[in-house]
Ligand binder design. Sequence first.
Ligand SMILES: [Ca+2]
Ligand SMILES: [Cu+2]
Length: 368
Amino acid sequence: MGMLKDRNWRKHWRRAVFGVCILAGCGAPVFGEADALADFRAAFAPTVESTEGPPGEAPPGMVWVPGGEFSMGIADPRALQRGGREAMEDARPVHRVRVDGFWMAKTPVTNREFAEFVDATGYVTVAERRPDPEDFPGVPEEYLVPGSLVFSDPREVEGLGDYRQWWRWAPGAYWRRPYGPDSSVEGKDEYPVVHVAWADAAAYAEWAGGRLPTEAEWEFAARGGLSGKPYPWGEELIPDGDWRANTWQGRFPVENTAEDGHEGLAPVKAYPPNGYGLYGMAGNVWEWCADWYHARAYRMRAEDGEAVDNPRGPEKSYDPADPRTPKRSTRGGSFLCTDQYCTRYMVGTRGRSEPDSGAVHIGFRIVK
Ligand SMILES: [Ca+2]
Ligand SMILES: [Cu+2]
């Protein structure tokens, strides 16, 4: 407690000094933001990229992510401007991790690519299959229809406590019909495929000769060589007023002003790539990772203070908010993320989802 108080005191003192600085015309951008960022950065050490080059020519649509050692996780972002309201406990401690180099797809898998897979294999996604009554004891048969979760575009909500206010089950929704039977992906070849369950993503990856990235690989890639930055492109959400990711603007979830140019999903290359040439590492669609989600995964593996080699996630899943449901990790946030609710487009933050259900904002990309 004493230490905590000390830290706060220091923070306030520095904030006061910065305040004077602004008054004196030193030109710090936002009152208090510079020292909030300095505090944030202090948790991270520089990324040390491996000097080993790629093993050969890049597979089509992929870039080489060099691998190396980096600080994985995120410091509490709440003091940052637009840092949101969540402490992101599950992404601490920030700890050193080493990953080997790998190929990663420049974009999430698109509708065009997923259609090629389905055409070649006849694969039927989980959302298209009738739910097994044995998995849903007591649910009347007529409700057990294929479908998936969509954003319900509510007019009004009572607070943000219950997300069921803006999600609904859409019978007949699947990747080709993202909002149910009357919708389609026509003209959306270059949009990310959605409504894919974890097993669908893994099946695609295998067909394509790749696999899903681990969380560590995904995060190393998303940072694009930077360290201690809240976003894959740097320190500001909207540098020079330019949106760099598809998130939510307006009063969530009832008003969507689409200031970033996209009300729903965006094409996979709608915004500039990060330092490794990867598109869409923040916002637009969540991306499935290989790991089981465990809220204390970092705590468990960072215990001895040594850099962790190529972590593959824990054996078992644990989500304290929903302890009975095993979940896989997801990364990157989506077009529904906003600092009013969830800032998981910030690099280093973690998401999780039930592996046997897709949704209108979950996609994936592959690595080799
Ligand atoms: Ca948007
Ligand atoms: Cu979010």
